[in-house]
Structures are given as C-alpha cells and as structure tokens.
Design a protein around this ligand. Sequence first.
Ligand code: NAD
Length: 476
Amino acid sequence: MTVTTATKLFIGGEWVDSTKHLEVTDPATSELLAVISSASLQDGLDAVTAAHNAFHTWATTPARQRAEILRKAWEIMTAEAETCARLIVLENGKAWRDAMGETLYAAEFFRWFSEEASRIEGDFRYSPSRDKTIVTDHRPMGVAFLITPWNFPAAMATRKIAPALAAGCTCILKPASETPLTALWIAEVLQRAGVPAGVVNVIPTTETGMVSSAILADPRVATLSFTGSTYVGKLLLRQTADRVLPSSMELGGNAPFIVFEGADIDAAIAGAMIAKMRNGGAACTAANRFYIHESVEADFSHKLRNAFADLKVGSGLDQANDLGAMVSDGERDKILELLNEASAEGLALDPAVEIPKQGAFIAPYVITGVEQGSVLTRNEIFGPVAPIIVFGSEDEGVRMANDTDYGLISYVYARDAGVGLRLARRMESGMVAINRGLASDPAAPFGGMKESGLGREGGFAGIHEFLETQYFAVDL
Ligand code: NAD
C-alpha cells in the first residue's frame, strides 16, 4: 500500500527534496509505504536559517493572530482526523482506536495553546523595601529544536509545536525516522492554517546524530525540547551543556500500577486495560509493573487474564482489532528478548491470545509470581506484557513502586479518593492517576521526576518552556 502524502522536507515554507532518502514501512505487513527525503547536515542548517529569519516577525505578530492560526490548525486536524489516524496506523502499526484517540488528543494541543497564546502574563509588584517596582515579562526564546519519538507521532509533535508557536518561537521538528509521514502531514495542516514560511520546519533524517549535533551547536538555536528515551536524553543533555542551552526533556518511564487493600477490583481491571494497553503498551505512561495487595492478587490476576484473552490482535486498519503491531520487528524483538530473560528467571509465560503469523505483532501476557528486581521490573517493557508482583503492607507497596530511577507516572487504586490522594503524595512521580487508568490531558502539566525528565508539557507550564523570563527594576 502506498500513501499519498508529503514526502519532501519542509524548510522555509517550501517542500524541498534531498539527495538522500529514507524508506517508511508498514510494520503490520513489512510493505514499503513511501520513500521520503532524508535531511543532510546542510538541510538541517538551512532549517535553522529559515527558522531564524522568520523569528522576529513571528515573535512580534499579535498573540491574537498567532492564536487564530493555531485554532485553525485544530479545526483542520479535527475535521480530517481520519486521514491522520490512517497515516499513524500505517507507519506506526497501532490499533485504529488508539490512532484516532491520539489524533484528537494531538489536535487539542493546538486548541489549548491557541487559548494560552493570548494569556502570556507579566507581573508587576513592589519590592518589600519599596525601593523599586519589579516588572516581570516573558518573551519568546527564539528558534526551538524539537525531537520526537515514534510512539505518538502526532501528539508528541503538536505538544511541542503548539506551545512553541503560541509563545512566539519558530521551530525545527525532527520526527522519528520510523514515523515521519504524520509529522509531514501536520506541517501541511499548519501551512494551510496560515503559519508563515519558516515558522515551522520539518526535517526527517536517517543521519540523526550528525544533523542534531550540528543544529544544537548552532548559536542561532535557543532551546531544545526532546521526547524519547532516557539514554538519548542524557546524550543530548551533554551536548546542550556545552552551550548552556535550555532543555526540556520528556524521557522514559517505568510506571507502577498499585492496587491497595480495599480497592474496587473491577474498576482496577478497567483502569489496567487502559494504562497497560493504550498504544499496545508502547507508551511512556504505560503501566509497567503491577503491584497488587496479597488479599486481592488472585482475583486481580484472574480477571486481568480474562480481559487480555478478549483482545483481538491484528492490523489497525481493521477497526475491530484492539491491539495493532509494534512499530518494527526490532522493537518487537526487544520485548521477546525480555520475555526470554523472564523465562530464564523461571517465570511461566502463557500468551493470552493468538496473533497474526506475519508482521511485528506480539501477544499480550499476564505474568504472575514476579519478584522485585526481575528483568521485567527493571526495564521499560514498551509492549503488552503485565508483570504482577504481590505486596503485603502499604509501606512495602509504596517502597517497591518507588524503587526505580524513573518517575513519570504512577497509578494508584485505593478504597476511595481520599486514601488514594494520601498514597499518591508518597509516589515519586510527576503524575499520579488515582482510581483511573489515564492521566494525559492537554490542560494538565505532563512530565516526570527523577530520570523521567526535566520540565512540563501542556497545562499552564507548557508555554513557559518556550519563554524567557525578563525582570525590569524600575523607579516609577
Ligand atoms: P529514542 O530516544 O530512541 O528516539 C527519540 C528521538 O530521538 C527520535 O526522533 C530519534 O531519531 C532521536 N534520536 C536518537 N538518537 C539521537 C541522537 N544521537 N541525537 C539526536 N536525536 C536522536 O526513543 P524512541 O525509541 O523513539 O521512543 C521510545 C522512548 O520514548 C521510550 O523510552 C518512551 O518512554 C519515551 N517517551 C517518553 C515520553 C514522555 O513524554 N516522557 C513520551 C513518549 C515516549
């Protein structure tokens, strides 16, 4: 199957071919979807020039006008959600429901930040000694370099582009090379919405390290916003240190899903199915370790197995399927490798359902009897595998849940919201979902503690990642 979408680089408002190319394939069938331009180092620097040249005019464009362009992008993306969802299914492999959910979530960042654009606040106050007035202003940082992963090809792009543009920054987006088509489609949407030439540039590339390093070293680039693995995040932080470049980092997760004594088990199962299975488990927010109180572990595991057994695995183009393919054979193989290691630990592996013989599919697994410290609790699984660990006291559950270098999100199921909130405050994570399986919302601050990241996206905080605070001391 071929796709009819943009296949060239988007630089300075033009669709530009490159001497190098990259192939995009459908992980459900291994078929070639498109051959697209792959940015060279020079293309990357051309994108910096375009974004730099466009910056002053965009930064001084009235916020209301910037807001209306972003709102138009929301309207187009929502009206054409099926086109976007289809591209996501084809290049990423995920289930149709997940792709539609992602598209609408992604579009909402344009709407949310269109509303935020005209509400960038300043501050006026007197110093305590009254010797001066303190006037605080926020101004756009400049050219923003945005790097996104393959697991949410639309939402991770809009979660960065929308606040950057709302703040008055221009940007260069480097999408993951597995899923560049969605990003190029979003560039078309922004162009149609009236984004001026050079304000948004999109440069997929296979020469990621070289192109990114050159962009980060360029003094015209003012900030980096990265979403991806903690490993690559650390690598980029070392590079940004050389220029003391502000950096926002949305990195890996290893989310605990804790069911305390007294929790509603059926509600916990419904939440677990969302927290684990949204995006086939390939989400930074995916529940990775299930800590279940000893009084309910047997009931919970039995019910979760039954729920997994009802899942249909297959191509996302068939809307009846619940679980699609992993993004590539390589990503599927990484999960199979973890399962092999789990088996070597003596854990029993029993796939919940049959899967298609061809394509990067993987069966869902519930794995009981897992010990803290297992390969399954130490690694971000990024697939439909649910390891279950039993705990006794509340303190033990909290201690095991926090026993990780990551701290993106925790899921807490407790008797009621009051107990849930008390326990949530003990979680070492930037986000906690209490008695529910989903927390992400464009209006909420998304981000992690510990090695899960720096900064927040969405909410009121998101736009500030692209704004510089400037203080004026004034004698009035
Ligand atoms: P990845 O780190 O391998 O790649 C992410 C992006 O970085 C891609 O665009 C990739 O091309 C680019 N990249 C790779 N090497 C680079 C280098 N040397 N210099 C510059 N860029 C480079 O991650 P992935 O496999 O695409 O995505 C999965 C990871 O992303 C998981 O760890 C997941 O938890 C994380 N993630 C985090 C969030 C969040 O908001 N915290 C959201 C989604 C995904």
